[in-house]
Structure formats: C-alpha cells, structure tokens
Design a protein around this ligand. Sequence first.
Ligand SMILES: Nc1ncnc2c1ncn2[C@@H]1O[C@H](COP(=O)(O)OP(=O)(O)OP(=O)(O)O)[C@@H](O)[C@H]1O
Ligand SMILES: [Mg+2]
Length: 692
Amino acid sequence: MPAKMFVDSTRDESSLRVGIVTIMISLQNITKAFGDKVLFDNASLMIREGSRIGLVGPNGSGKSTLFSMILGRAEPDSGEIERPTKARFGYLAQEPETVNLDKTVFELATELPEDLKAAEQALHEIEQRIHQLDQQDDAPERSRLLLQMGHLQSSFEMLGGYELEHRAEEILCGLGFRVSDFKRPARELSGGWLMRISLARLLLLPQDVLLLDEPTNHLDLESVLWLQRFLLGARGTLLLVSHDREFLNNLVTSVVDIDHGRLVEYRGNYDGFLEAKTQRRDQLLAAKKNQDREVERQERFIERFRAKATKARQVQSRIKALEKIDRIQIETDPDVLSFRFPQPDPSGHRVVTLEGVVKRYGDLSVYDGLDFTVERGERLALVGPNGAGKSTLMKIVAGVLDVDKGRRTIGHNVQLAYYTQYRLDMLDSEATVLENAMRSGRRHSESVVRSVLGRFLFPGDEVFKRAGVLSGGEKSRLALVKILLNPPNLLMLDEPTIHLDIQSVQALIEALSGYTGTLITISHDVHFLRQTVNNVVRIEQGSMRRYLGGYAYYEEKWNQEQEALLAARTGETTPVKPPPVRVAPDTSKSDPTAEATRGFKSKEQRRQEAEHRKRNGSSRRKLEQRLHHVEARVVELEAQQQVLVTVLEDPETYTRAELAQKYNRDLQQLQADLDRYNAEWEDLVEELDGMD
Ligand SMILES: Nc1ncnc2c1ncn2[C@@H]1O[C@H](COP(=O)(O)OP(=O)(O)OP(=O)(O)O)[C@@H](O)[C@H]1O
Ligand SMILES: [Mg+2]
C-alpha cells in the first residue's frame, strides 16, 4: 500500500520515485457479469506505460466497472489483473464524491492523500525526536534519524509536497476558479464546481496512472482546453472515459472499445477509431451478406432435393454443413417501439414571470433588473457564453434559488419539474429500476412502465436492478423516464444529454417531440436542440434576447447578425473626426471650453438652452446611464478580447483546428460587438455634448 511505502524508512529511496516505476497494467481473460448481464467475456488488454487511452462504449457497457477493477475496488469473476503495487493511482469518479462542505475551495483542493499525510506526520515526528536527542546527545541515533529524515524529505519534495499551494492556485485557476473563490466554503458551490475541486486535487500531485471518468462533463470550453494542455504535459499513463470527441482526438494515443464483452484496442486518435470501426462493420456486413447468400443457396438445395432418394446423401451432408456454419452476428440498434407518453394537464397562459430580478454571487452581478416571461407551449433553449447565467436563470424559474431582489410569479395551475445531472436524489437507490419508475406519481400499469423503460434501454430483467448499481448514463435515463411518465406542464432540463449515449439521446428527443407542456432547456448538444426547441433566448452579460424560431433559425440569424456587424465595420470609411477619448463626460462640472463657446451665444439663446436642459433632465439621466453601461461593456469586451488573443497566439491552440476556428469566430464576434459599442459610445457622447 502506498501509505506504508512512504513511512517505511528501510526502503530504497529510488523505489519511491514516481516515474521510475515501470507501469504496465495487464488484464488477461477477464470475465465480469452482473446477473445475466455479461460486461466482459474473456477480455484482455495490455496498458503500456505512458500511453493515453480513451475508453469508449455505450451506457452500461462497463467503462466505470473496468476502472474499478483496475483500481482493485472490484474483482473480476475470473481472469487476472496485474498492476504495479508501487504506483500512484489517481481517480476521478463519474459522480461527485462526498466532501466536507464546510471546508473552503482551497482547503479541499490542497488536501493531501493519506500517504503524503502520513509522510508529513512522520517527518514531523522525526524532527521532534531529533530535537529531543539534541539535548541528550545520542550521536548514532541522531545520524540515523537525520538520514531517515533526508529520505522522507526528498520523496516529499519529489511529489511536489513543498510547492502544493502554488500549484493548487495554478490548477484551480486553470479549471475556471477565480482567486476570490478560494475562500468560499464548498457548500456554496454547485455539483459541477465540486467536481472541479476533485479534479484539481488529483492534478496537484504527479500520478503514475490517472483514471478520469468523464472529466469534461463539468467543464466549460476554456477549462477543457486547459485540462487538455495539462494532461498532454503530464507524465504517466492516462485512462480516459469521455464523450468529447475533440478532447479525445487531441489527447489519446489509442482507443479501447468495449465491444460485446471484448476490449478492442485501436491505435491512433478517436476519429481514426471511428473510421476503423466503420470499416470493420462494413467488412462484417459484406461478409455476412456473402454468408447469407451461401446459406440461402444451401437451403434451396435441401428444400428441392429433400424428397429425392438419389440425393439423400448430399442433402444430409449439406444439412450438417449448414449446422456447422458460424453465423456472423451483427448487433443492430434496438427497435424503437412507438409509444405515446402521457401528457400533463394544461397550465394557464402565463407560465412564469420574473420582474426586476437582481441576482448576485458575492460581488459578481449576474442579473440586475431582469424581466422574463414564459408562455404556455413555448419550448425554449437558453443559450449564451459560459458563465452567462443560464443555469442560474433556470434555477430561479424553478424556485430552487432565491433572488436578491425582484419578483417571481408562477402562473395558474403550473406544475414544474427541474432536472439536472446532479439531481439524482430523485431516485431511491435501494429500490429497483422498475419500482423507481412505478413511483412517478401517476398510476401506470406495469406493462406500460416496462415498455417505456425498454424504450430507454432497460430491456428484460434489467428493470429488476437496484438503482444504486446503475451506471452514470443509466441513472440519468431512469430519472428522465420517471419525469416523462408523469410529466409536469413546465419541464426544465439542464444539460439532459450529459452521460447519455447516442441512442438514449434519440429516445429523449422522441419522447419530447410529443410533449404538450412548456419546456425550458440548456444543452451544449446542438443535435438535441435542433430537434426540440421552437424558441431561443440568448443570455449575455445579464441581458437577454429572444429569437422566435427553432435552433436552426437562431443559428442562421446569429450568423447573419455577426456578418452584418462585421460588414458594417469593414464598410466604414475613414473617420470624419478623431474618436473621442473614452472618459465619461463629467456633466456636473462646468467645462472651461464649453464656457468659452458659450460666450458667443446670446443671453436669450442660453436661457432657452437652460430651459431645454431642464425639460431634458430625465432623458439626459437615461443617456448617462446608458453611457455608463456601454463603457462597462467595452471594458469587459476588451478584457475578453485580450484573453482570446492570448489563446490564439498560443501554438497549442492549433492542435485543435475546430477549436482554433471557433476562437477566431468568437474573436470576430467580439470585435464586431466592440465596434458596435464604440460607435454607440461616440453617439452618446455627442448627444450629451449636444445637450450642453
Ligand atoms: N453491483 C452491481 N450489481 C448489478 N449491476 C451492476 C453493478 N454495478 C454495475 N452494474 C451494471 O453494470 C453495467 C455497467 O456499469 P458501468 O457503470 O461500468 O457502465 P458505464 O460503461 O460506465 O456506463 P455509463 O456510460 O452510463 O457511465 C450497468 O448496466 C450497471 O447497471
Ligand atoms: Mg460510467
């Protein structure tokens, strides 16, 4: 056990070194089944030291189980797993671990693993003993202790024990925390941010083997990019479960596919794997076609000559030959039964109204006077940049988050349900899948519930599993089934497709296609959004804009707008006058230049102007407020622009062509926005000047 390794002073120092231990995990003829469900059937895999492997397979195929077996937390039914005992294994579980919520972000991120804690403790004890010996002057014992302390210190140093705080800061910031968050207690954070802390703690120390189960589910794009860079630079062996194609493509040296109980390794990146797998399937299909044709020919022969005594021998031999043929099996997608989900009673016309909502997190203002209305039958997608406040808005609408100011009014007869990947507490882990689904709150016959479960890929006896043992994706599906069996008339889904495999996403899309209630959703899955919503609300910098059409319409409109902004900018001729310096005009003080100009005006003119100013007092205040807002936006946009430029200057960014393109597009958008705001700023300044 690593904990022992560290405090054992009799050990050779070199064996403590990380990276020198040769790591080779081998799995040989592994079999693992839960009841009738066979996850691994004679599966073998050799994991080379320093390789970065992407582990893929549909929901419930056994990815997380394989991790548990590699970690020694679960045993295979048969077969051998060999792993070096001296290696450090770092593991990020798919679901959030329980942490002490009273601790701060920084305390949690720098919490030492048991072995390092023991090493630290041992160091402390040795120091004390040396100190005591000083007085008694026992020279041999003293040098023995000093030597032991030296060993411990160097291994502690090797594991980065002395620079933890500095590294922790770097990692936390890379994962999207602000320095001002470090002191926040964990209980103020959402599930996604807690996962980021767990990830930070893992990355803090060098690991020989790092097992990450869907690490990108909780990260925004920038943090994904940071993590990718970090992992590319890290030593050790990496095993990764992820649905993020780009992330896998840029990181992995091979892909291991769980394919009907076998572990099939494909060297190269994820795209290469997909291509190879498609080719393999095409080849199999072609082979199966040939086989089918051959079988058919034999069967025709048998049929034709069965009655003829002269051919009896040939017929018999062909029957035998047919029996011997090893038929090629190709898994086809399970049949999707057509099923009409129950529908909710209609709500009133106004489903929810927010008026003047103010929401802040510490000194971060997310909404400052937001008005928002949702009407019956709308199917809204909330979109916008990361951190714009989409989930916050959904939580406010759902009533799970209080606002600092403003009103939330729920319409007549509205029943709502709110789903996120972190709200799996809606399942009873001791009850079976079927029992959980039966407790949807609406009476359904068992056969109806079973057919819905079947549609969400819980076939046959799978429905008798305890919910507690389900895989991440299976839990999400069950929670969704429970909602769909008793749908509310206001359904809120925050990232519902996370953890779901392609088939489950399709089942959800189909279930939602017949839904008659009001839907609000947030998703990064463009395919899902295109199929489900009829209205898009873009949230940015605390304000929102509606696009009255489906997601494809929004995409088109958004692109057009960006192009128009760009064109407006490039179409501009040389500025007529030098742009004014960006400082808010201080209208309370008299301006000496203005005084001088004023000197040329008649008394009457000045009186009229004063009158006019008075009348325009309120519109002036409005203009000033707008001016302040525009200035703040310009400052923010310039900061964002700076970040993007830095990222785009980094050669690493171009290892992900799609991402680099996206960042370039973002930069163009930003520049267009900046131009728009700058133009508005000039107009406002001019207008205010004109008032003077
Ligand atoms: N203790 C258990 N008893 C019964 N079944 C179990 C147990 N543990 C896991 N399973 C089942 O084994 C299958 C594999 O689970 P696992 O968590 O490894 O899947 P996964 O590939 O990680 O899926 P996902 O993509 O949804 O995370 C699932 O069908 C799960 O229900
Ligand atoms: Mg899993």
